[in-house]
Design a protein around this ligand. Structure first.
Ligand code: SF4
Length: 484
C-alpha cells in the first residue's frame, strides 16, 4: 500500500512540474519520506534520517523536506516539534495535498502540517508514476473495518472505502493499454470489498470482470481475510483464466485462543477449510501466508498449534514475524508480553518448520515447465550466474538460464516484461532454478516499454469515492485538488 502511495506521490510531483533527482545530483530540492508505522522502529528510523538531513538542509536552505504516510498520520505536529527543519507533514488521507503544501510552506517560510481524519477523494484519482512496465497495483479499497489488536492500520487508514468496480476496471484497462501484463488488486481486506455498496460477492465478480480484459495476462490480489472469504472467490479464481493460482492469506496464528486475543474472528479450522477448497479447485495453487509468533499470552501449546497448521497447510512461502509492540495498538498494553528470548526461540523453530515445508513444496516442481514473467531486480546474483529472473504464474521466484536448445544465448534479447517458458531443474526453499535450455521466449509490449525506458503513467482521471449519481471528478490540477 505504501509503495503504491509512493508511486502516487511521484506522479503528483511530476505533474506539478518536479523532475526526479538522479543519484548524481548533489542535493535534491525536495526530499519526501513516505513512512510506514507497521515497521518496527519506524519512528527511530524516520528521526535518524531527518537528523542526517539537517546539515544538508543547513547548507542548502531552499531544500524542502516533507514527511507523509502512516507515521505522519500518527505523530502529526510532533514531527515538526522534534525536527523543526521539516517543511511539510501530510497524512494518509491527503496525499494529493502535497504539491500545495510544499508551495505554501515555501511561500510562507513556515512549516505546513495538514492531517485529515478521513479520506475525501479516493487516492486512485491521483496521477501515478508506475515503477514497473509490466506489473501494476490497482487499489480496490483503502482502510479496514477490522480491529486486529496488533495492527495500527485502522487507526491510521480509517474505515474501509470501496472504489466502484467500473473505476477499478478502467484503471486496469488503462494500465493494459500502457503495456502492463500483470495487475495486483490491492486492499487491506479484499474479501470485504463491496461492503460499502452492499454486495458481498463483489470481489469474485471483479475477478471475473478482469478476465474479460484483453491483453491482461495475470491478475493477483492482496490481501484476503479468512473471515470474509467466500466460496465464489475460489470459483472465480479457478474459472477465470488470467487469475493466477496463488493465494497470500494471512494466518497470523494457528491457535484459536491467540486468534481470539488478536481479535481475528476466524479459527484455524475455517482457515484450513478454505485452503482445502482452494486446493480442490486449483491443485497447482501456491499458498503463502503471514505469521506472527510470540503474541502476548501465547503459550507453548498455542505455538505448537501454529506449527501444526503450517504443516497441514503446506505453504509455499511464509512471512514470519516476531511480535513486537506497536504503540497505539491494544496488544501493546496487554499483560503477558513474552520475554524476547522465548519469542526468538519460537521464531527460529517456526522458520525451520516453514523452510522444511516450502523446500519440499518447491521440490515438487522440479521437471515442470513454467511460464515466467521476466522481472527487474529479483535476481541479485544474476550478473554473476548469467541467469535472468522472474515470477512464475503461481508467484514463485525463478532464476533461469537464457540459452536456446541450439546453445544460443538470448540474454541480450530477453527484456523485463517478456515471457519465457522454462523447465525447473533445482529447488531451494525460497526460489527455483531453471538451468536447461529455454523452451520459449515471447516478446511483449511490456518488454518493448522496458527497452524504451518508458514507465506506465496513469493520469488520475479515474473517478472518486462512490457517490450516487455524481459525475467523475476532474483530473487533479498541478496544484492538487484533494485538500478541501
Ligand atoms: S485485517 Fe486486521 S491486520 Fe489487516 S489491516 Fe485490518 S486490522 Fe490490520
Amino acid at each position: 500500500m505504501n509503495v503504491h502511495d509512493s508511486e502516487r506521490i511521484s506522479g503528483l510531483l511530476e505533474q506539478a512540474g518536479y523532475v526526479r533527482a538522479v543519484p548524481t545530483d548533489d542535493t535534491p530540492d525536495i526530499v519526501v519520506f513516505n513512512t510506514c508505522a507497521v515497521r518496527e522502529n519506524a519512528d527511530n528510523r524516520l528521526y535518524g534520517n531527518l537528523g542526517r538531513l539537517r546539515p544538508v538542509k543547513d547548507k542548502h536552505p531552499g531544500m524542502q523536506i516533507a514527511v507523509g504516510g502512516c507515521l505522519a498520520q500518527k505523530d502529526r505536529g510532533d514531527i515538526v516539534r522534534k525536527a523543526p527543519w521539516v517543511d511539510v507533514v501530510f497524512g494518509t488521507h491527503n496525499i494529493g495535498a502535497l504539491p500545495v503544501l510544499l508551495e505554501r510552506a515555501r511561500h510562507n517560510a513556515a512549516a505546513e502540517v495538514e492531517i485529515l481524519e478521513s479520506l475525501d477523494v479516493f487516492p486512485s484519482t491521483l496521477p501515478t508514476r508506475r515503477e514497473s512496465t509490466y506489473a501494476g497495483w490497482v487499489s480496490i479499497s483503502v482502510g479496514c473495518n477490522n480491529t486486529c489488536t496488533f495492527c495500527i492500520v485502522p487507526a491510521l487508514r480509517g474505515k474501509e472505502k470501496d472504489r466502484r468496480p467500473g473505476d477499478i476496471l478502467s484503471e486496469v484497462r488503462a494500465l493494459v493499454d500502457e503495456g502492463v501484463l500483470e495487475v495486483t488488486l490491492l486492499g487491506q481486506n479484499v474479501n470485504s470489498y463491496g461492503v460499502e455498496f452492499g454486495d458481498r460477492y463483489a470481489f469474485g465478480k471483479l475477478l471475473r470482470a478482469c478476465g474479460d480484459i484483453d491483453g491482461l495476462e495475470r491478475v493477483r490480489f492482496t490481501s484476503p481475510h479468512p473471515k470474509d472469504f467466500t466460496d465464489d472467490v475460489i470459483a472465480a479464481m479457478a474459472e477465470t483464466p488470467n487469475v493466477c493460482h496463488s493465494l497470500h492469506m494471512p494466518l497470523q496464528s494457528g491457535s484459536d485462543d491467540v486468534l481470539r486475543a488478536m481479535r481475528r474472528s476466524y479459527r484455524s479450522e475455517r482457515y484450513l477449510g478454505i485452503i482445502e477448497k482452494v486446493r480442490a479447485a486449483m491443485p497447482d495453487a501456491a499458498i503463502t501466508t503471514d505469521i506472527i509468533v510470540g503474541f502476548p499470552g501465547e503459550t507453548e501449546a498455542d505455538f505448537q498449534r501454529t506449527l501444526d497448521v503450517v504443516r497441514e497447510a503446506r505453504f509455499s512461502s511464509a512471512f514470519t514475524f516476531q511480535y513486537s509492540k506497536r504503540p497505539g495498538t491494544p496488544a501493546a498494553t496487554m499483560d503477558d508480553q513474552l520475554p524476547k528470548q522465548v519469542v526468538q526461540e519460537r521464531y527460529e523453530r517456526l522458520v525451520a518448520t516453514v523452510e522444511e515445508i516450502t523446500w519440499a513444496e518447491n521440490k515438487r516442481l522440479v521437471g515442470e515447465t513454467v511460464e515466467v514473467l521476466v522481472a527487474i531486480g529479483e535476481g541479485r546474483k544474476d550478473e554473476r550466474t548469467g541467469r535472468m529472473s522472474g515470477r512464475a504464474r503461481d508467484g514463485r521466484l525463478v532464476h533461469f538460464a537464457t540459452e536456446t536448445p541450439g546453445g544460443e544465448s538470448l540474454a541480450g534479447q530477453i527484456r523485463p516484461g517478456d515471457i519465457v517458458h522454462t523447465t525447473i531443474t533445482y529447488a531451494a526453499p525460497h526460489h527455483l532454478n531453471a538451468d536447461g535450455a529455454l523452451v520459449a521466449h515471447r516478446r511483449t509490449r511490456a518488454g518493448d516499454a522496458a527497452e524504451a525506458g518508458r514507465s506506465p503513467r496513469t493520469p488520475g482521471v479515474l473517478l472518486g469515492l462512490p457517490t450516487i449519481g455524481a459525475p467523475p471528478v476532474a483530473p487533479a490540477p498541478a496544484a492538487g485538488c484533494a485538500t478541501h
